[in-house]
Design a protein around this ligand. Structure first.
Ligand SMILES: [Zn+2]
Length: 415
């Protein structure tokens, strides 16, 4: 009898085996640089992961998410069922009773990769109540899925190594060590042999979740170190500083950064900055202004979900010298000429005024205008993230076009 039972159990197990072998378990993880998600549930039968962004609102708006999924077979469909974070968010420098509006976390199309190198859009997600469902088809290996194309300190290292190889008269510099002891790196291009060359300063990701801004910076960098005639001219006629990620701490930990406690990174341009990287940037910029060499300061961001066209934020005209006003108009005209698609920049700028934010004077562009040389131009480029062209290719094209606009502007100044 015992023997019979044993045979029956063995037969049962053998008959179930192929079944088990086929259905690998879907697993999601975020234990890597930039990873972020709170997993609510995983339905193994339908291959559906329910989750929300995982960020801590004390470290910025919880809209960024980025997860790795294993166990999706080739040609199998994975469904990502995304809800908004339910944690009360901070706004205008204070904790509010409400969570962040869901739209910030929910692009029409999510971004995915099978190798962490090539990032593609998913098909448009399906909005159901306050959630959105994206689908991705498996290839048998791991899948990485995110709010937008990720760009983390690892990508900064790769980009900077590429750049110094292409442009021998450039160095990787360390801007600062962050509050959490990470290093902020940038590229310093100093090929120019002219006396006191004008300086172009470009930085991205004061708001950690705005990953598209780093891709614009990458496009600018790749173009800058290329053999393109305008790029060669710019390198011969200007000194350039480029920082792909400013808020490295929140990027590395998968937090949103914007409206972080105690201070939003881009409201920290005060006498006593909280962030060592802001203090370090101020010190370098002041030294350049003292030499009367700070020509352009460009701060790269991603805007709101419904801003479907890139645009510039600039400070009020009344804060500018007549010369800076004229120069800014000329620079912005060049951006409209050059940033002409697939993500064309709006001709109309938006003004960072007192009504926009109580800490308006502590915004980087405002600080630079107040502390630059008399003809310094400061502007913040907001590149749309919620369009079919908000891809690595689209962002990189904007970066290249921004470089071309900078060159055209400086060529004009020379005349
Ligand atoms: Zn921003």
């Amino acid at each position: 009898m015992e023997r019979m039972k044993h045979i029956l159990v063995t037969l049962l197990l053998v008959s179930l085996l192929p079944h088990f072998a086929q259905a690998a378990e879907v697993k999601a993880r975020t234990d890597f640089e930039g990873g972020s998600a709170t997993i609510e549930s995983i339905d193994q039968a339908t291959k559906t992961i329910r989750f929300t962004p995982g960020g801590d609102p004390a470290r910025g708006w919880a809209c960024w998410w980025y997860l790795r999924v294993d166990g999706v077979a080739k040609d199998e469909t994975l469904t990502l069922d995304l809800g908004a974070s339910n944690k009360p968010t901070r706004n205008d420098g204070k904790l509010t009773p409400n969570p962040l509006a869901a739209s910030w976390a929910m692009p029409d199309r999510a971004t995915f990769s099978t190798d962490e190198k090539t990032w593609s859009h998913t098909a448009p997600g399906k909005r159901v109540d306050k959630r959105i469902l994206y689908t991705v088809t498996g290839n048998g290996g791991p899948l990485w899925i995110a709010w937008g194309p990720p760009f983390t300190p690892r990508d900064t290292d790769k980009l900077l190594d590429y750049a110094i190889e292409k442009s021998p008269d450039s160095d990787i510099f360390e801007l600062a060590t962050t509050r959490e002891k990470r290093t902020i790196k940038g590229l310093h291009v100093h090929e120019s042999r002219i006396l006191n060359p004008p300086v172009i300063w470009v930085h991205a990701r004061q708001h950690a979740w705005e990953s598209g801004a780093s891709w614009v910076a990458r496009g600018f960098t790749e173009w800058l170190v290329s053999e393109d005639e305008d790029a060669l001219w710019l390198r011969a006629n200007a000194e350039i500083f480029l920082i792909p990620i400013m808020d490295v701490d929140n990027v590395a930990t998968g937090n949103g950064g914007k409206e972080a406690d105690p201070r939003d990174h881009n409201r920290d341009w005060a006498e006593q900055p909280v962030y060592p990287e802001v203090a370090a940037a101020q010190k370098r910029l002041l030294a350049l202004a003292k030499e009367n060499r700070l020509s352009l300061f460009l701060d790269l961001h991603n805007p709101a979900p419904n801003d479907r066209q890139p645009f510039f934020f600039v400070g009020p005209e009344e804060n500018l010298t007549p010369q800076a006003k004229e120069y800014r108009t000329k620079f912005l005209a060049e951006t409209v000429t050059h940033i002409n698609g697939p993500l064309p920049v709006e001709k109309k700028t938006r003004t960072t005024g007192a009504s926009y934010h109580p800490l308006v004077k502590q915004i980087s562009g405002m600080w630079v205008t107040a502390n630059g040389n008399p003809d310094t131009v400061a502007a913040c480029l907001e590149t749309s993230w919620n369009t079919p062209h908000s891809t690595t290719a689209g962002y990189r094209t904007v970066g290249k076009q921004l470089g071309q606009a900078v060159t055209a502007y400086l060529r004009q100044q020379k005349k």
